[in-house]
Write a new protein. Structure first.
Ligand code: 9EZ
Length: 288
């Protein structure tokens, strides 16, 4: 058995595989390098950086399994793999706590203007009145996508005494109710939420799920968090909504193009950004 690890994976994970197979770690390969190399391997392990396209899959003459160290499989052409009998497996759970905690860090940073206040104070300005905040208690949190991460966000925000509503067409009202979450339509969530957080996979159905039409329906005080996948929110529509006063603030960890450089969202002071850090904890890297 030969295994190719094409993205950075925790040393524990690599050692676990070495007990069973001949493992090569080659990160940062170009598309052509990957296509040229993949024919030798029975298994491929990636995170989110390597694009496992139909072309890569077609070149994988011996390929039996594609492992995603992490959750989202939007960088893998699952349909092309499945058509060739190649199994795609992910690691749901490994990142869940870290993703939920980063989401809550973003909510609190937004509510209390922490990044802006930090920058101004270190720049020599003691500006207390510019940074009046808002409590989370008694605010309505709208969770779009009540899967593993969305559910953990719900549990934590329940402890902060938020009211929680969620939109997820694949979840039962019973499942939600047991967590103290009210399932609503996307329309109702947009109208009622004080904070909106996204926790869906990126699919053809969720790309652009939150666009200009949706952002026209929210409260002007709403704060929006995307720690899920770039592209679920339309970046230009979000920028325009915040700049135009239709949305009070946003916090974004994921971008349509990564690594993100000169993204439109970087030009707005009320939009906080982090470079896809939600799963970047010692625990998540070892666990996923
Ligand atoms: C889509 C989803 C959730 C969702 C969740 C999952 C495939 N899929 N799609 C739209 N697992 C909320 C809104």
């Amino acid at each position: 058995m030969r295994v190719l690890i094409a993205d950075p994976v925790a040393e524990e994970g690599i050692e676990a595989l070495r007990a069973h197979a001949a493992v090569d770690v080659k990160t940062g390969m170009s598309r052509d390098e990957l296509v040229a190399a993949i024919g030798e391997y029975d298994a491929l392990v990636v995170r989110s950086e390597t694009k496992v396209t139909a072309e890569v899959i077609a070149a994988g003459k011996k390929l039996q399994v594609i492992g995603r160290a992490g959750v989202g499989v939007d960088n893998i052409d699952v349909e092309a793999a499945t058509a060739k009998g190649i199994v795609v497996v992910n690691a749901p759970g490994g990142n869940t706590t870290s993703a939920a905690e980063h989401t809550i860090a973003m909510m609190l940073a937004l509510a209390r203007h922490i990044p802006q206040a930090n920058a101004r104070l270190k720049g020599g300005e003691w500006r207390r009145s510019d940074f009046m905040g808002t409590e989370l208690r008694n605010k309505t949190l709208g969770i779009v996508g009540l899967g593993n991460v969305g559910s953990e966000v719900a549990r934590r925000c329940g402890a902060m005494e938020m009211r929680i509503i969620a939109y997820d067409p694949l979840v039962s009202a019973d499942y939600a109710r047991n967590m103290g979450v009210e399932l609503v339509s996307l329309e109702e969530l947009l109208q009622k939420a004080d904070f909106i957080t996204l926790h869906t996979p990126l699919t053809d159905k969720t790309r652009g799920l939150i666009g200009a039409r949706e952002l026209a329906r929210v409260k002007p005080t709403v704060r929006i968090i995307n720690c899920a996948r770039g592209g679920i929110i339309d970046e230009e529509a979000l920028f325009n909504a915040v700049e135009g006063g239709k949305v009070a603030g946003a916090a974004v960890d994921v971008f349509t193009q990564e690594p993100a450089k000169d993204n439109i969202l970087f030009g707005c002071d009320r939009i906080l950004v982090t470079p896809h850090l939600a799963a970047s904890t010692a625990e998540a890297q070892a666990g996923a």
